[in-house]
Design a protein around this ligand. Sequence first.
Ligand SMILES: Nc1nc2c(ncn2[C@@H]2O[C@H](COP(=O)(O)OP(=O)(O)O)[C@@H](O)[C@H]2O)c(=O)[nH]1
Ligand SMILES: [Mg+2]
Length: 349
Amino acid sequence: MSLKLCVVIPAYNASETIRQVIKGALKHVSLVIVADDASTDNTAGLAAAAGAEVLSIKKNQGKGHALKLLFKKAMDKGYDTVISMDADSQHDPAEIPRFIEAHNAYPDAIIVGSRMYEKDKIPSVRYNAMHVVRFYISLAANQFIEDTQCGFRLYPLALIKQMVLTTDRYVTETEILMKAGDLEALIRTVRISTIYSNISSHFRSVLDVAAITIYLVDSLPIKWFIEGVSSGRIYTYSPNNIRDLIGKHKILDRHYQVFSLFVIYPVMLLILLAYTFSPLFIKNNFASVRKLNYGFFTITLSAFMLPGILIVGIIEKSCSMVGVKVNLTTRFIKKFYPHLWGSEKEYLT
Ligand SMILES: Nc1nc2c(ncn2[C@@H]2O[C@H](COP(=O)(O)OP(=O)(O)O)[C@@H](O)[C@H]2O)c(=O)[nH]1
Ligand SMILES: [Mg+2]
């Protein structure tokens, strides 16, 4: 099978690293496309000089927007598979063959790089946030995903074509996993090197984590509602579903997000009630939840504990200021966001 595969790189002010990423990638693929997102340095010029095709975006619109343009560009050029990489050399191009190997074994799957197995190499605030969002993204995607925030991924474009992507910035990569998994696609993991050495990041730990969490909180109840009124249904996403229609209208979307935050607790309690009593009327509803190791109570509790993370984090920080080192946050998230999916190994390629 001849693979039409290229590497795509969303880039913003990456002049120090872009050259080595492109040169490394070109050892494994014949085309690298870079989306330069209105960088104020010479990222675009250096990318072109290193041999990449460069898409220039006039006004900075974030990683998700750039990725969507890159997918479209690769499709237009007749490619059927892309590998996405970060521009800041957190991903080692020498590991590209691992993704191709995994793709050969699972041709229809998204292959996601994972660094979560090397917990000690990840800043703890980032690790804890990744652990919590992974809990919800895996629920939405109907399968365990070891690292839901890694940008080193292989995407079959036929799968991307089946979804409407309405989010932007750092939320889009979460949206893709949720929709792919809920379209019955496999998501497989390859473990990659964990590189957090040049830690200049555009990722805003509060705002960007909040944006991802809010998207999860306002999308998951729609999935559970559909599962709740159906028997044996696990895969609920269809393009232009209600969440997509709302997402396409930015103002409506903002209002819906705020509304969701206000009603999430009563909604979770209602779903818990429905989960407990509706099997009297509908057999095997909430099927994706019923096949997990725990019931919906654990998921409801996890939602109620979200503000707790903040409180525990503050306590931990205060303790460390007076010289007392406690590992409260990690213990807290381990307890309330447990692994629900059986063996973690079965999701690794
Ligand atoms: N096109 C585009 N890409 C971005 C932007 N911000 C980040 N990226 C890309 O996303 C990658 C990850 O972003 P980074 O800030 O390093 O986040 P972190 O690695 O999660 O801390 C970067 O290496 C860039 O490739 C942006 O505003 N526009
Ligand atoms: Mg980075």
